[in-house]
Design a binder for this molecule. Structure first.
Ligand code: ADP
Ligand code: ASP
Ligand code: MG
Length: 404
């Protein structure tokens, strides 16, 4: 069971979480609980780091931001004990090996020995999300929203029957229900679709948690920590009686920045030389758009990077400008990426056409457009996001009860 920040925000709510956990244990299940920091706490800690030093050692950043989850893990364990449940908390370094870039580390392995011991002794295991330890014994965090990935990794690591992600909405919706009140809850969504939705900005699950659950064949559900409602199952394939609209959902990502390099030389290896240093620095790129000109003259390259990485990406590229062969670099943070996602995109060409038509009718200009197997994305002005998402939601028949 994983509980997000809103469900852990304050002692009253932690008591409520303890009730839900307790009920699960009463049903005879062995329970491991992964917790987030209290809502707002990680933001607060990140802000402290920025104030302490504008460019700080990422290892020390991890020491600071990992502390939020330590607090809630201890508080939940003592609340459970106070309800006469045998429970104990752990620290991330005892259970999870992580590697890669500090602040955005990857899970390498789960050490299940301690967990097995506690479970055999009838204890409920309370585990802080978001954190593990590197090979050289430093604390490492898994990127924002990383407690979802901790939960899936722990569940897979102990061969759990399922992983339930409790959050502040009662499931996965066709789009963010806080932005579009007419969004419909999906009873089921495929791993592929969820992977694309999460990757395109639907923050209900961290994208890496979905990839990991898919590879591990783990039963994954998203459900409400506040109301006793059915939730959404993340499944390998939709059953035929689950057939629904061709589009599973629409995601809006306001955390990307648009980068344009002009004067790209027409020769093999240019794109590789530009994207590789970004990848090595752990900066992901999306919406990469490039086409050579027929005349073999210089052209433009467009892509997006997370806004938080923009300054670093530009610095890296400028450093290498003499070798890379581009004339200018422009960037724009006032953009948003809108994506439609659904397995139906594979077979129905009218869906991408509808995306373009609806935005054209709304006179929304497209700064870039890309298509994948089950996702089509456009980059637009940030001010147009609400209109774009609402219009598309209606046009694709996703409003209200259209999704069964
Ligand atoms: P937690 O703290 O539980 O991890 P998050 O804030 O990370 O919660 O994720 C839950 C939020 O994700 C919801 O409050 C909702 O605003 C947002 N969200 C974005 N897209 C979707 C979607 N398609 N379905 C459900 N929630 C979504
Ligand atoms: N507390 C961390 C964050 O806000 C991890 C999480 O909640 O998933 O990103
Ligand atoms: Mg989250």
């Amino acid at each position: 069971m994983k509980f997000g920040g809103t469900s852990m925000a304050g002692i009253e709510r932690i008591r409520h979480v303890a009730d839900i956990v307790s009920r699960e244990a009463e049903r005879g299940n062995e329970v491991l609980v992964v917790v987030s920091a209290m809502a707002g706490e990680t933001d607060r800690l990140v802000q402290f780091c920025k104030e302490a030093a504008a460019t700080h050692d990422p290892r020390e950043y991890d020491v600071v931001v990992a502390s939020g989850e330590q607090v809630t893990a201890g508080l939940l364990a003592m609340t459970l004990q106070n309800m006469n449940r045998d429970a104990r908390s752990f620290m991330g370094w005892q259970l999870m090996k992580a590697s890669g870039v500090h602040g955005n580390a990857r899970v390498e392995s789960i050490e299940r020995g301690l967990l097995d011991e506690a479970l055999s002794a009838g204890q409920i295991c309370v585990i802080p999300g978001f954190q593990g330890a590197t090979e050289d014994g430093r604390v490492a965090t898994l990127g924002r929203g990383g407690s979802d990935t901790s939960a899936v990794a722990i569940a897979a690591g102990v061969n759990a029957d399922r992983c339930d992600i409790y959050t502040d909405v009662d499931g996965v919706y066709t789009t963010d229900p806080r932005i579009v009140p007419r969004a419909s809850k999906l009873n089921a969504v495929t791993f592929e679709e969820m992977l694309e939705l999460a990757g395109a900005g639907a923050k209900v699950l961290q994208v890496r948690s979905v990839g990991l659950a898919m590879r591990e064949g783990l039963r994954l559900r998203v459900l409400s920590a506040f109301e006793d409602l059915p939730g959404t199952d993340i499944v390998a394939e939709l059953e035929t009686n689950m057939e629904r609209t061709a589009i599973a959902g629409i995601a809006a990502d306001r955390n990307e920045a648009h980068v344009v390099l002009t004067g790209i030389a027409d020769r093999p290896g240019t794109l590789s030389a530009i994207i590789s240093p970004l990848a090595e620095a752990g900066i992901s790129t999306d919406m990469v758009v490039h086409a050579a000109t027929e005349a073999g003259t210089a052209s433009d390259l467009h892509f997006t990077v997370p806004r938080a990485n923009l300054a670093k990406a530009i610095a890296l590229l400028k450093e290498r400008q003499p070798d890379l062969g581009f004339t200018d670099i422009r960037s724009d943070e006032g953009v948003a990426k809108i994506s439609i996602v659904g397995v139906g995109l594979r077979s129905d060409p009218s869906l991408a056409a509808t995306l373009f038509k609806v935005l054209a009718e709304r006179k929304i200009n497209l700064k870039a457009a890309t298509g994948g197997e089950i996702r089509a994305s456009v980059l637009i002005d940030e001010n147009d996001v609400d209109v774009a998402v609402r219009s598309l939601h209606t046009a694709f028949g996703l409003d209200d009860k259209d999704v069964k």
